[in-house]
Design a protein around this ligand. Structure first.
Ligand code: NOJ
Length: 557
């Protein structure tokens, strides 16, 4: 029999709180813990089981908090450790569990370890905790290898030594302010175990693990250009089967030992704490390796997030996901948006022909937002009906589109500067969300406080929570109804599903026991409701016994 105290994560709906853009109680322009606390009732009425809070630790914010300078404290602009502990308790009082975000691949360059490493100089034990190397060439002024930063440009920065001379280089797979840790070092292991316990002792229910697949680097740090697959066009390098086992810094087999160590810590708590991996690996079988019984619990399903609005491709992703997860006994997760990708209303508002990504730069320029909204409603009901757990990114329950026209001078994502102003980055999905339709902050902060850290467009009020409350046709009420029904339906959440045969091209349906069916119409033509199916909920009105284009409907059968 399922024990919800231990197994809640197998079917949970987890709401992502991007804290800096959620609610600003003190009016400094940045969301905070008090703001989050003031909105807990919204989360309860939405019907989520847990929240995942993006990093809330002290940080210079070179990468919006993913540059952590102290893992066991709270960023003063967000609040205090006491406020954090109270928030956890307040969420628990309402039956909402709390996941934090842990960033083990890199620290901030302001972290005490990195500062010590800089001061201690080449060859010191302090430098061993990071990945420092001498440069190549007679003067050491060539980078140690050819690795690139995920934020554009080389993954190496040269330091100036204490005597003022150009010195060693350090590795950063992300921004220079995010030096990579050396996971071959015992101090690194011990310190992260202490951080896990620190937060678990304060009641935290689990962690989302940032870039969980990057921690271990191959000994010797070989050039990527030397790999057999490296001469392939970039697109082909990330298809399943191509670079799975021998990439020098992504998804190396050795990383799994770290998670076995973490799992033992989590399992020592009552109830056991849980983990969700952020691992952008190109093959569901490689994801499943993180979910073996003695490793992590779940992982984000980015194949679903990246999947175009196409019946065939959705079915394939769903099948592949379920097959691979079943093999290791782990529940699947389903996710449509997060703080790193363009909001899905805007992705789905474009032609889906040849879609291959989650950045707007890879999609057609013309957007039809009403189409995007209709598809987003259908996608939400599909996601809520699939077996496993799912994630909701703040603002998607309001149907928020991407803010595509942020002024250049407002952009804060490090990719903007590092790409030489060619890649606008991820700010468009991070704009502080609208709670009411009144400027100046649309309810994000107090009226007389600082402006939000990213400017909100004038149209934001149209998507405000306040205008959707009680409006049956709104996205907010669809999310509420869908999540309430998901909770009440024994067939939904963890478990199995079966495809229904004989659906017309461009549509698919599946059943779940007892007595539930979900029909998704991705085609341009209406699809007749099968005999004996009685409507429970739909993402848009049904007409003459048919499910219209871009609509999902749930049935009792
Ligand atoms: C993944 C996070 O989601 C993203 O926001 C961050 O920039 C990188 N990891 C680096 O920490």
């Amino acid at each position: 029999m399922s024990d919800d105290r231990r197994d809640w994560w197998r079917h949970a709906v987890i709401y992502q709180v991007y804290i800096r853009s959620f609610a600003d109680a003190d009016g400094d322009g940045l969301g905070d813990i008090a703001g989050l606390r003031s909105k807990l009732d919204h989360l309860v009425s939405l019907g989520v089981d847990a929240i995942w809070i993006n990093p809330w630790y002290p940080s210079p914010f070179a990468d919006a908090g993913y540059d952590v300078s102290d893992y066991r404290a709270i960023e003063p602009r967000f609040g205090t450790l006491e406020a954090a502990t109270e928030l956890i308790a307040a969420a628990h009082d309402r039956g909402v569990r709390v996941l934090l975000d842990i960033v083990p691949n890199h620290t901030s360059d302001q972290h005490v370890w990195f500062q010590q490493a800089l001061a201690a100089g080449p060859g010191s034990p302090e430098r061993e905790r990071y990945v420092f190397r001498d440069g190549l060439g007679p003067n050491g002024d060539e980078r140690p290898n050819d690795w690139q930063s995920a934020f554009h440009g080389p993954a190496w920065t040269r330091v100036v030594e204490a005597d003022g001379t150009p010195g060693q280089w350090y590795l950063h797979l992300f921004a220079p302010e995010q030096p990579d840790l050396n996971w071959h070092h015992p101090d690194v292991h011990a310190d992260f175990l202490e951080t896990l316990r620190f937060w678990f002792d304060r009641g935290v229910d689990g962690f989302r693990i940032d870039v969980a697949h990057s921690l271990v680097k191959e000994e010797g740090l070989p050039d990527i250009a030397a790999r057999s697959w490296a001469t392939l066009p970039f697109r082909l390098q990330s298809i399943p089967g191509v670079h799975q086992t021998d990439h020098p810094h992504w998804d190396r087999d050795e990383v799994h030992e770290i998670y076995r160590e973490w799992r033992r810590v989590a399992d020592a708590y009552d109830p056991p704490r849980i983990f969700v991996a952020e691992a952008w690996v190109p093959d569901p079988s490689r994801i499943a390796r993180y979910l073996r019984a003695d490793e992590l619990h779940t992982a984000f399903n980015f194949d679903f997030l990246r999947c175009p609005w196409s019946a065939d491709q959705l079915r394939t992703v769903i099948d592949d996901t379920l097959i691979e997860h079943r093999a290791v006994g782990a529940p699947a997760t389903w996710v449509l948006s997060n703080h790193d990708v363009a909001r899905h209303v805007s992705r789905l508002a474009r032609s889906q022909e040849g879609v291959r990504g989650h950045h707007l730069r890879d999609l057609a320029a013309d957007a039809d937002l009403s189409l995007g909204l209709r598809r987003a409603r259908a996608a939400a009901l599909l996601m809520f009906a699939l077996p496993g757990s799912c994630y909701v990114y703040q603002g998607e329950e309001f149907g928020l589109p991407e803010v595509e026209d942020l002024p250049d001078e407002a952009l804060q994502d490090p990719t903007w500067e590092r790409s030489g102003h060619t890649d606008r980055g991820r700010d468009g999905c991070r704009v502080p969300i609208p709670w009411s339709d009144s400027p100046p902050t649309f309810g994000f902060g107090p009226d007389h406080g600082n402006a939000p850290w990213l400017p909100q467009p004038a149209w934001f009020g149209e998507f405000a929570a306040s205008g959707q409350e009680g409006v049956a046709s709104s996205m907010l009420e669809l999310y509420r109804a869908g999540l309430a029904m998901r909770r009440a339906e024994p067939a939904l959440g963890d478990g199995e599903m079966a495809w229904s045969p004989s659906m017309p091209d461009g549509a698919f349906a599946f059943t779940r026991e007892p007595g539930f069916a979900c029909l998704v119409n991705v085609s341009a033509s209406p699809v007749p409701v099968p005999d004996g199916w009685e409507l429970l909920l739909a993402s848009g009105p049904l007409t003459d016994g048919t499910v219209p284009a871009d609509t999902t409907a749930w049935f009792r059968r």
